[in-house]
Structures are given as C-alpha cells and as structure tokens.
Design a binder for this molecule. Structure first.
Ligand code: GLN
Ligand code: ZN
Length: 751
C-alpha cells in the first residue's frame, strides 16, 4: 500500500519560523532573511517525508501565518483597507493577519476563529460585494516548483473552494453562492497553471464536509466540483476530508469524478459504516486516514489493520492508501527533541516524524514492526491507580447534584456575603511581570530555594491585595503569580501527567502551545492552591475568591489518553479538583471560581452530537466538582467565549452561582438569549477587553453597563473584566480597574 500525508508542521523543530517571524515583525531581520527561513523549513519537511518513504507528500501546506489567509490572498479576497496601506505584499499579508499601526495607517486585524475542533486558529477571510475574486498569487505554483527542484514530486494541497466559501465572512449583500462561479473559474485557472508546471496531483482539502450539511450546501459543493472535474484532463484530483465523517454527502462525493477520496477513520465515527453500506467505486483510490493527526499516542497497528482489512474487502488493495487522519500540523515535530522523557514513556508516543514511520510500517505490513507494536500495547507500563478507578466507579447519581437548589443558595449567599449591588471582581490573574516569570523560572531550575520563592510570591500577593483594596474592588483574588498556564500548572500538581520540553503545537500565527500529556490515572497528591488563597485571605477583611481550573478545560488543553474514554479521564480530573474545592472551603475560602475557559471549544462539529457526545457528560463532570460544598459557599465559573447562545440551558445546568464571560467585544446578543432562556445563574458579562492594551474610560463602561442592564436583572449583575489580566501591563491594569469600579459606583448611585 502507498502512504499519504495531508500536511506537516511548519513552525520548525526548534520553532525557527516563529523566532524568525517575530524578529521580522520587530524589524530585526529583512524580508529576504524571513523568506529564507521559510524555504529552509519547507526543504526540511519535504526531505523528512521523502526519507521516510512517503508516497504522497503535500506542497503548499506551508504558511507564514495561516493557509486560509494564503488562499484569500491567492484569489484577491483581501479587504481594500489593507491594500490601501500601500505596503509590500508580505507586509499587507501580515497587516491582515495581525493588524497594522504605524505611519501608513491604523487597521485592525481580520477576525480569527478556531479551525474546526482543533486548537489551531485560522484567519477569517472577509468578502464584500465589491471583492473581485481573481487568481493573483503564485504560492502553490512556487512551492510545487521549489519542491520539484529539490527532487520531491508533490501533490499540491489547496484549501478547497467549498470550505473557503463556507468559512469566509460576507459583509455585503452577496453570499457564498454569488461568488462560487467566479471562484471556481479562478481555481480552474490555477489548476491549469499547475498542470503546465508539471503537477500531476492536486489535493482539495474540504474539511467542511464533516459538518452538518443542508441541501443548499450539497448543491453548492456539487456545482463547484462538477465544473472543476469536467476539465481536469490528465491531472489527478484528490478530495481530502478530515475531522469527522462525511455522512451527509458521502453518496454525492463518491459519484463525482475524483481520483481519490480521503476519509478520516479516527474521528469519523461513521466512516467505516458509510463505506460498508454504500460501497466505494472501482477505479478510485481511498485514502484511509488511520494515523491520528491530533494526538501523540502510538498507533495501535492491530486495530488499524482491522480497519484496513475491512476496507480491502470493499476497495481493492492497490486502491487503498494509508494516510493521516488530518494534517500533522496539530502534533509536535519529533520525540528526538525530548531529552528528559524516559525511553519507557517515549516508546508509547509518536509525534509527526514518528508518525511517518508508522505510516510506512502499516503500509508495508512489516511483520517485525507489527509484533513489536503488539507487544508494546500488551505491556503498557501504566501508572494504573486502582484507588482512582474505584473512586470513579463509586460516584453516585446524587454526587452530580448540588443542594439546596440555586434559588435558596442565592438568598443565603446574598445575606452572608453582604456584597453591594453590582459587585465588582476580576477573573483571577494579575499582570505577569518580568520578576514574576523570572522567580518562577529560577525556582523551577533550582536556582532559588523554596523559601525564597514562597516569600517572593507572598510579597506579590500582599501587594496585589492592597492594590485591589485601594482600587475598591469587592471580591478580591490572589493574582495567580504561581501559575505559568492555567492547565499546565494543575497538570504539574496532579499525578498521572507527563510533560515535554519541545512538544510545541501551533495555535495561531507564530504562537504555539505545549499541551501536557495525560499518561496515567489522574489524582491529586496534596492541596495545590490552598496555601496561596489562605495567605491572600490573611491580608484582607474582604472576601477572597479561590481560583481553580475546571476538569473539562484541563482535559481539552491536554493530550488525552486513547485507551480510556474522555468521560473517564474527565471524571478523574473532576474528583481531583473536587478535593481542592473542599480543601479551600475547609480553609475558610467562601468564594471559589472554577474556570471552564475551554468548555465551549470542544463542542462537536455536528449539532446532533452536541449533547450525546459531549455536553451530557461534560456538564455533569463540572457539577461533580462543586456539588459537595455548603450552601454558603459561592461557586463562580468563567468562560472565555460568549458564543454559547445556542447551549444556554447546558451552561445554566452547570449550576454555578455566578458566571463571568467575555462580552466586551461581542454585541451583547448573548444577553437577549440569556433572558429568553430565563438564565438563573448570576452573570458578569466582561465590560473591559483585556486582549487589548487600551484602557476603557468610565463613560464607556457606564454606557456598556446601561445596555447590559436593559437585558439583565440588577440583582444578578456582576461587573468585571472579560478575562484574566496576566498579559496586561501594570499601569493599564490599574487604570482600567479604577475606571471599572468608578463605573460601578455611578450606576449604583443612579439606583
Ligand atoms: N483565571 C484565569 C486567569 O485569570 C482564567 C484564564 C482564562 O480564562 N483563559 O488568567
Ligand atoms: Zn477567559
């Protein structure tokens, strides 16, 4: 069998592209130097894949910022305001990606959104009625030709026109349908140019096909591809899908004249069923995405072989290609960079480079490799923790319910806490200044003693509390100085996690994240945050809010295990955090916030899966964390996106007492939806956008609050920024919070 890879990470084994780009943004290197780094990165990727014996290697999977933005620039779907800056091509591109502020003007960046259900973010193309779609770029041609000169005959990977149109934002009257014909024509021009440059295979990536599709979508897709496929000549056209199955369009897709169809058998729950039930046309290639492009565990060859055997009874063996389930962009480069992980752990992981070996071994049915793989899975040196397993299976139905009910708790808490109307608070973190990061690092590296580190942190906390008192906030926080990241910090303090040194994964642009790995059963060794919260409380008479990360977020921002269910993992984490909640309560912390910043983000791509595949266990897991507290203890939660208009009942049934969320940039539509749904939880819609260094004025916040009050009961309204302040500077934070408190005073007095 042959092998195929959809895409390879591009940031660089040692994040070379990140550092070069950031130097270029800072004006420290020239455009030519940046381009050279890009070229070297591409060359490295091509050679790595070629040396691993991969048959179908992509070109054009590289990007200096984002492939969707590349596609927009390729076809001239670039808003005029960026062109008007009069910058070079690459700087116009970066202006659209990152915004521009300088002597040529001041424009905000295009919007950024999550790429399907990954932690990668793409730039949303903006198309208005005057946009003239036209092939103006040469990137795919250049990268194909460059690869060829390096001796690698690639398939040219393009984001398909259907997905591109579905992801674009149409700001005028026209819609996707109005642009589909001209866009198709321009894609065909590109295909012809590629063909004359010697390309023989073009891969259209159409991940949008795994979403819920309606008749109109299907018609749009068919119209586009009938036209593209009718003139393909000797070129081979591959259709590549990923992130799920294509149940709504499978039959249509297989009856079109594609030469190959790539299907995801990892996340595509129904993929195998679809192929079995509907068959697969003779003469076409099926690229079976069986090597997981999103997780870092070794492939279980035995299981994979079963899928391939099933498929080969339907598709002839020479028409079956072994592929990745999606681009390898979503996993780190290589285990070779991990010098601290013991070999016994590494044996169980496969990053991008190791996944190439897996593809070859699976494709060649290498019996020695299969035997070794089987042995590995038979002898997984798990840190199985029987106590954890027993605890999870001992969870009772009533453990998911907090009593008394919300309305009663609300009364008790209002009386006990005695907070003013419109209480003010923050989301938890305060600016992570240079000294904070330095102390944490020095402590980690053993350069300062624990006593020194603790003394430093306590000093920070004391000052932070004092500042908050001066500003006049009502519910104070300790500032989260001890945390690098809201998930890594908890991971480091829980058993069952392992950490990497260089396992970076691209999140957006040049920003990478390093998710911890859930290796074994998760449990809490000892209290994690209690000492800091208790110290903070000792510095003030005002209420101090304890700060925790929630189980769903901790899971979603880690590499999860594949040998147990996400539910089981989440419950293990939930029990660990539950212990922390109860310890905080026992130590006199009467308000506890459990952040679920990433809860919204893993909502399944198909609406029909939202509850059964996710919310039905994620929400109870959250409740399990706080159901054991006393009625007096006020539970807060925080979510980073206000885009939960369509799952409001689920959010309400998290049964927190207060929820804060981002609302300062959105249009407050969420508040209408809350009202319509009789949302019971008290709310703090963020009135201060902490993602920008801009300080909102008192008037602005008062204005915002006026609008909010039209839609929210006064007795349920909290006033707070829209997220943690850790990325902000101290001066702007103080100014912003002062204005926020002043605005609260004004509206209280108006009452
Ligand atoms: N408590 C965290 C903080 O304030 C929340 C971070 C987040 O929502 N991403 O930083
Ligand atoms: Zn947030």
């Amino acid at each position: 069998m042959k092998t195929s890879v959809i895409g390879f990470p591009r940031i660089g084994r040692n994040r070379e592209l990140k550092f070069a780009s950031e130097k270029y943004f800072a004006g420290k290197i020239s455009e030519a130097e940046l381009l050279l780094t890009g070229r070297m990165q591409r060359e490295f990727n091509l050679k790595t894949q070629k040396n691993a014996g991969i048959d179908f290697i992509s070109s054009n999977d590289f990007s200096f910022y984002d492939n969707v933005l590349d596609t927009a620039f390729l076809f001239n779907a670039v808003p005029q305001r960026y062109k008007d800056l009069g910058l070079s091509t690459i700087d116009t591109y970066f202006a659209a990606a990152r915004g521009y502020q300088g002597d040529k003007g001041n424009v905000k960046a295009l919007a950024m959104k999550k790429w399907f259900n990954t932690n990668y973010h793409y730039i949303v193309p903006e198309i208005d009625d005057d946009t003239k779609i036209e092939l103006v770029g040469t990137k795919p041609l250049d990268e194909f030709t460059e690869a060829k000169a390096l001796g690698v005959d690639t398939k040219v990977a393009l984001i398909g026109p259907f997905t591109f149109l579905k992801l674009a934002r149409f700001t005028g009257k026209k819609s996707a349908e109005d642009f589909s014909s001209v866009l198709t024509t321009e894609y065909i021009k590109l295909i012809n140019k590629l063909a004359s440059s010697g390309a023989s295979v073009i891969e259209f990536d159409e991940p949008y096909l795994v979403r819920d599709l309606n008749e109109k979508d299907i018609t749009l897709f068919e119209t586009i591809y009938k036209q593209i496929l009718s003139g393909k000549g000797v070129l081979q056209i591959f259709l590549q899908t990923y992130f799920g199955d294509i149940r709504d369009i499978y039959k249509n897709v297989v009856s079109l004249d594609f030469d190959a169809i790539g299907i995801d058998f990892v996340e595509g729950r129904k993929s195998l069923e679809l192929v079995k039930a509907n068959g697969f046309p003779k003469g076409k290639i099926l690229i079976a995405g069986v090597v997981n492009g999103k997780n870092i565990w070794k492939n279980n060859y035995g299981k994979t072989k079963k899928i391939l055997d099933d498929l080969s009874s339907i598709v002839s063996e020479d028409a079956l290609v072994v592929g990745t389930s999606c681009s390898l962009l979503h996993v780190p480069y290589t285990l070779e960079s991990e010098t601290k992980l013991p070999a016994s752990y590494k044996a169980h992981f496969a990053f991008a480079e190791e996944k190439l070996i897996e593809l070859s071994e699976i494709a060649s049915s290498d019996s020695a490799a299969f035997a070794k793989n089987a042995e590995l899975f038979a002898n997984r040196p798990d840190v199985l923790d029987r106590a954890v397993k027993e605890r999870v299976s001992g969870i009772r139905e009533e453990d998911y319910t907090r009593l008394p009910v919300f309305e009663e708790r609300e009364k008790i808490q209002k009386q006990l806490l005695g907070l003013p109307l419109f209480p003010t608070t923050t989301i938890g973190s305060f600016p992570q200044t240079e000294d904070v990061r330095r102390y944490r690092k020095d402590f980690k590296n053993g350069e300062i003693s624990e006593a020194q580190y603790v003394a430093f942190n306590e000093e920070k906390i004391r000052a932070c509390i004092k500042k908050q008192e001066e500003i006049g906030l009502d519910v104070l926080v300790h500032g989260e100085y001890e945390r690098n990241d809201m998930v890594e910090y908890f991971g480091e303090h829980l058993s069952g996690y392992v950490f990497t040194e260089k396992a970076w994964v691209l999140s957006y642009g040049t920003r990478c994240v390093k998710p911890p790995i859930i290796w074994g059963d998760v449990s809490r060794k000892e209290p994690i945050t209690v000492r800091w919260s208790v110290f903070a409380k000792s510095c003030t008479d005002k209420p101090v809010k304890g700060m925790l990360s929630g189980p769903v977020t901790i899971l979603n921002w880690s590499f999860p295990r594949e040998d147990i269910s996400l539910l089981e993992s989440t419950l293990q984490i939930a029990l660990a955090i539950r212990d922390e909640v109860l310890d905080l309560e026992k130590n006199g912390i009467g308000i506890i916030q459990i952040d679920e910043a990433a809860l919204r983000e893993k909502l399944p791509l198909r609406k029909s899966d939202w509850y059964s595949e996710y919310l039905d266990w994620a929400i109870p897991a959250f409740r399990l964390v706080h159901s054991g507290v006393k009625p007096e203890t006020q539970i807060h939660t925080h979510m980073c996106y206000s885009e939960f208009t369509d799952i409001i009942p689920a959010i309400d049934s998290m049964d927190a007492d207060v929820i804060t969320f981002e609302a300062s940039r959105s249009d407050l539509l969420i508040l209408d939806a809350l009202k319509e749904n009789n949302f019971k939880t008290e709310v703090g819609p963020g009135v201060y956008d902490i993602h920008s260094p801009r300080v909102p004025s008192v008037d602005e916040i008062v204005g915002q609050l006026k609008k909010i009050r039209e839609k929210t009961e006064d007795s349920k309204l909290w006033i707070n920024p829209d997220c943690g302040l850790k990325t902000r500077g101290e001066a702007e934070t103080n100014a912003g919070l002062k204005n926020l408190v002043a605005a609260a005073k004004i509206i209280r007095e108006e009452k």
